[in-house]
Design a protein around this ligand. Structure first.
Ligand code: FES
Length: 128
């Protein structure tokens, strides 16, 4: 994991790793002091990232790793009870969701995707 201290951007993956409406790229974060998974997807050309935590019950949403899109590539689904989220905003739009997914800031430049820590969402610290 490369950290660019100047912009507080953490390299996540190559742009080509995220295809429209296809598999996500997952990554680890510490959210509000807890180790969590997060994921990035591409939708309508733009990259978006969210905490991998359903708002119905706080559990990971992908039954098959990195599969978040429905068959149409239009919606994000929780595999457990079928909550439906908008890929570009994380808003819950169907099923038992109770609000939006927690969005994580991402940027894309020079063929790379980066995520940006926040006060609540930080990179995993490795202790040696
Ligand atoms: S845990 Fe996601 S819909 Fe129930």
């Amino acid at each position: 994991m490369n950290i660019d201290a100047g912009t507080e951007a953490i390299a996540l993956c190559a742009s080509a790793d995220l295809q429209e409406g296809a598999l996500a790229v997952s990554f680890d974060v510490v959210y509000d002091g807890q180790s969590c998974r997060a994921f990035a997807i591409r939708f309508e050309g733009r990259v978006h990232a969210y905490l991998n935590r359903c708002t119905h019950i706080a559990m990971e949403m992908d039954y098959r790793p990195n599969h978040f899109f429905d068959d149409t590539g239009r919606w994000l689904l929780c595999a457990t009870h079928g909550a439906v989220y908008a890929p570009d905003t994380g808003q819950g739009i169907g099923g038992p969701c109770r609000g939006p997914l927690e969005k994580i800031k991402v940027t894309e430049s020079d063929g790379r995707v980066y995520w940006h820590p926040s006060a609540l969402c930080k990179p995993v610290a490795f202790l040696f």
